[in-house]
Design a binder for this molecule. Structure first.
Ligand code: SAH
Ligand code: SF4
Length: 380
């Protein structure tokens, strides 16, 4: 994952997306000292500076050299909306067209940023409208970390020293992060890197629907926390909801997830099991009992996500009672279970809504997607 320097006529290297290692390689490749990487990382990710000319500790000659071959270019914000509940949402245009979104959800002393990894998604889960869009392209590392950079910048928090405006990051926006492996790993490295954002590895979470070979590889290169999108307690049902299950069934996925946390240096970690509850499909007490049985001895906590409807889908959100019943079965079986609640209703903060409005109001339904407009709360 080295980052080649731009040669004449080539696009400039966007320094925003380079991990510490890549930044060091970059400076070595252009014949400079490795410690320059630390200085530039701090300018970009601590001070929020994008103008290389303002990086005053680099020396004039180096700044000019860098300006010829490199740039610091965050993605472009198309729109930003604030909810009365404090949720802030951005639609972001990425290179070559296409929109993604990110959402910041404040919750007491925490603020969680939900970050996208791809434009669209190829995996076509039956309840997900990003899947219905199909896959358009991977985001670059700069476009992924750029969502965090933009969120902080939008509160003037680089300059004001207001402290940490984003305390947690979840890779739960659009796309399957493990199908954009290198760029997601580089961006998560920056999230956790002290010379950049310094967010604890327990507070940076990658969510996957189960790309097992990539998850196996992740253990070697990342210490981020892990969430697995399970959504069903058996293969027959999961095959219908999450098509990648036909390739990597539940047992294989859970083993890979277990290996992932076993490989981490701190051995007290658990996997977050995400379970989207869909009325009449996977929300019955027998599903909860089967899930409790399935996850026995698996180190996890469970996050229930009541399905967010979108016009293109025939699925329904379960009633509050159905959610409570499901929750109770799991709690009685000894699990830690949280339920997400919707946030940012007044700004259409459901992921996908805003993009839908910007792109084409009449096609909004296709873009509607609901995910991390939500917050994790304890029920009971
Ligand atoms: N591709 C990754 C990460 C993005 S999706 C994954 O699937 O894990 C993140 C979460 O959004 C998934 O757990 C999925 O359950 C949830 N999600 C997608 N569409 C949803 C909907 N319509 N209602 C509720 N949750 C949804
Ligand atoms: Fe892709 Fe995740 Fe949506 Fe499935 S739930 S289609 S993996 S974004």
């Amino acid at each position: 994952m080295s980052a080649p320097a731009a040669s004449p006529g080539q696009a400039k290297v966007n320094l925003l997306g380079l991990s510490r290692r890549q930044m060091e390689d970059f400076f070595l490749e252009i014949g400079e000292k490795k410690f320059r990487a630390q200085q530039v990382l701090k300018w970009i990710h601590h001070a929020g500076v994008t103008d290389i000319g303002q990086m005053t500790n680099l020396g004039k000659a180096l700044r000019e050299k860098l300006q010829d071959i490199a740039e610091v270019r965050p993605p472009e914000i198309v729109s930003q909306h604030d909810s009365s509940d404090g949720t802030r949402k951005w639609a972001i245009r990425v290179d070559g067209g296409g929109l993604v979104e990110s959402v910041l959800i404040p919750d007491g002393s925490r603020a969680t940023l939900c970050v996208s990894s791809q434009v669209g998604c190829s995996l076509d889960c039956s309840f997900c409208s990003t899947g219905k869009q199909g896959f358009q392209r991977d985001l670059s590392a700069a476009e992924i970390i750029g969502q965090l950079w933009l969120a902080i910048d939008s509160y003037d928090a680089f300059q004001s020293g207001k402290g940490r405006i984003v305390t947690n990051v979840v890779m739960m926006g659009m796309g399957e992060p493990l199908l954009n492996f290198d760029n997601v790993v580089a961006a998560m490295d920056l999230m956790m890197e002290d010379l950049a954002y310094g967010i604890s590895k327990r507070r940076v979470t990658l969510s996957t629907s189960g790309v097992v070979p990539a998850l196996d590889q992740l253990a070697d290169v990342s210490e981020a926390s892990l969430a697995v999108s399970l959504h069903a307690p058996n293969d027959a049902l999961r095959d219908q909801l999450v098509p990648i299950n036909r390739k990597y069934p539940i047992a294989v996925l859970l083993e890979s997830a277990r290996n992932y946390i076993d490989a981490q240096s701190d051995n007290k970690r658990v996997v977050t099991v995400e379970y989207t509850l869909i009325a009449g499909v996977n929300d019955q007490p027998e599903h909860a009992r089967e899930l409790a049985e399935l996850l026995r001895d698996f180190p996890c906590k469970i996050n229930l996500i009541p399905f967010n409807t979108f016009p293109q889908s025939d699925y329904q959100r379960p009633s509050g009672n159905a959610v409570s019943r499901f929750w109770q079965v799991l709690v009685d079986a000894g699990y830690i279970v949280t339920v997400r609640t919707t946030r940012g209703d007044d700004i259409d903060a459901a992921c996908g809504q805003l993009v839908g409005q910007v792109v084409d109001r009449t096609r909004r339904s296709e873009r509607y997607r609901a995910l991390d407009e939500t917050q994790v709360i304890e029920v009971g």
